[in-house]
Design a protein around this ligand. Structure first.
Ligand code: OOG
Ligand code: NI
Length: 457
């Protein structure tokens, strides 16, 4: 078959993300309310502040916002993770970043499956935060073995889904009909099942160990546990959630409100108590796992910026523990972090997208040769815009896990992360997010410089 007959992975990703969103809307109606609320706020913010970008991709930035969301799943075994990597690859997504959540008392480690090139991100930046349970962190050997045995019996993929993944790999893609079938089959893995695969007693034992363990081990598959649209003003969204009768988490994770948003701010509505059925029992139980979340994304930070961010966050947490109100501690700590894009860029703290300024292009002026990017910016030959952060934050993720799973279980695990084990189980290394931002920034520089010199001729 000729490659032109294949559907583009971006289109498969868009179809899948839409199908997942529709399914979740039907399963968790509050998520639909959240989507409406976010769309209203985004329209209002763009009306108030103007478009997200003034560059050539302004229109795509706006349409990206309408489809943008992330989801999260929690897997039980190495084999499940390895197949998930191949499933997401069909949609042009790969594993980026390693997140150790054991330090925050959640016995998992995680990555984000997402697309990595700029054009694909603009078309649809759908991402899935994917965690793998670390059974080795469970101390009770009998329970650990029992959990492994239960997980060993399930197959979270349909047979046809496995076939279509293999077909995509051997052909180098899927045609339209195959892609449609793939989306429908892949969706099955993410569906909620109210029938637990264990009896009530096993469920309670695993849950007592950690609610997350019960959530991963006791069900047929890794139900999508939330989907998160991107909102342009999360403080407004947090207030609106309350006014629409949603029980929002009481604080926003991430940095405080700023003039120049950086990284990621997130909040959620609390997980639903859902009825479940156990094996061999007429009595129903309840399980709490699925929720809704919203996030505001800002500028990606360089390693130096991230280090500064992490230090300030720690400082705020320490002040919080010493009795200062959380919000106040955060605002106070972050006064030390520059709050305009130019300062962030000049100090090497943030990644940017370079643009050739329209007025200079129209005037046909030529930029002097041999100037470094910083000088070109300083002299007005280049404009800068924030390069949006596409990833996650471990401290925020842990906060989201905790607020939705309840507080049973350990507060932290010894031993730290194990990236090598994660990559072995995944069957591939995880990409380094900083290199990706670095490359995106460099590419925007090349494009802007090319436009500058073309404009001058
Ligand atoms: C994942 C929580 C992490 C985020 O947005 O940080 C996450 C989970 O609860 O499985 O989705
Ligand atoms: Ni999330």
């Amino acid at each position: 078959m000729s490659p032109t007959a294949f559907l583009h992975p971006d289109d498969i990703r868009t179809a899948f993300s839409r199908a997942l969103s529709d399914m979740y809307k039907a399963e968790v109606p509050q998520y639909g309310t959240l989507l409406e609320l976010v769309a209203d706020i985004n329209i209002a913010v763009i009306r108030r502040d103007g478009p997200l970008s003034t560059g050539p991709q302004a229109e795509e930035e706006q349409q990206r916002l309408g489809v943008e969301r992330h989801g999260a799943i929690r897997l039980g075994t190495a084999a499940e993770l390895a197949t998930m990597r191949r499933l997401f690859a069909v949609m042009g997504m790969e594993a980026v970043g390693y997140y150790d959540l054991s330090v925050a008392g959640v016995p998992v480690h995680s990555t984000a499956f997402r697309c990595t090139d700029e054009a694909a991100l603009l078309r649809n930046p759908f991402r899935v935060f994917t965690s793998l349970l670390r059974l080795e962190l469970i101390e009770d050997a009998a329970l650990r073995e029992r959990a492994a045995a239960i997980l060993g019996q399930r197959d979270i993929y349909t047979a046809r889904c496995r076939e279509l993944i293999a077909l995509a790999e051997s052909q180098g893609g899927l045609d339209a009909a195959q892609a449609r079938e793939f989306v429908a089959q892949a969706l099955e893995t993410f569906r909620w099942h109210r029938e637990a695969t264990v009896d009530a007693q096993s469920y309670q034992q695993l849950r007592a160990m950690h609610p997350l363990i019960a959530d991963v081990v006791c069900f047929k598959g890794p139900h999508i546990n939330h989907l998160t649209p991107r909102v342009l003003d999360i403080d407004a969204a947090q207030a609106a959630m309350a006014s629409r009768g949603m029980r929002a988490k009481d604080s926003i994770e991430g940095p405080p409100q700023r003039a120049c948003p950086v990284l990621l701010r997130q909040t959620s509505f609390l997980a639903l108590q859902e009825p479940i059925r156990f094996v061999g029992s007429a009595d129903d139980g309840t399980h709490t796992a699925r929720f809704g979340e919203i996030e505001q994304r800002g500028c990606a930070l360089t390693p130096a910026g991230r280090e500064r961010y992490d230090a300030l966050l720690q400082q705020a947490q320490a002040a919080g523990k010493a009795g200062q109100p959380r919000g106040e501690a955060l605002v106070q700590a972050f006064t030390a972090f520059p709050d305009d894009l130019r300062a962030l860029f000049d100090q090497g703290l943030a990644y940017v997208r370079f643009q050739a300024p329209a007025q200079r292009l129209h005037a046909g002026e030529a930029a002097p040769a041999g100037l470094a990017p910083a000088e070109l910016v300083a002299q007005g030959w280049l404009d800068i815009e924030p390069l949006i952060y596409e990833d996650f934050l471990p401290v925020s993720a842990a906060g989201i896990f905790r607020s939705n799973l309840g507080s049973e279980g350990q507060s932290s695990y010894e031993g730290g992360g194990n990236r090598a084990a994660f990559e072995r189980d995944l069957g591939a290394p995880v990409a380094d997010e900083f290199s990706l931002y670095e490359a995106a920034q460099a590419q925007s520089l090349r494009l802007a410089l090319a436009r500058l010199s073309a404009g001058a001729t």
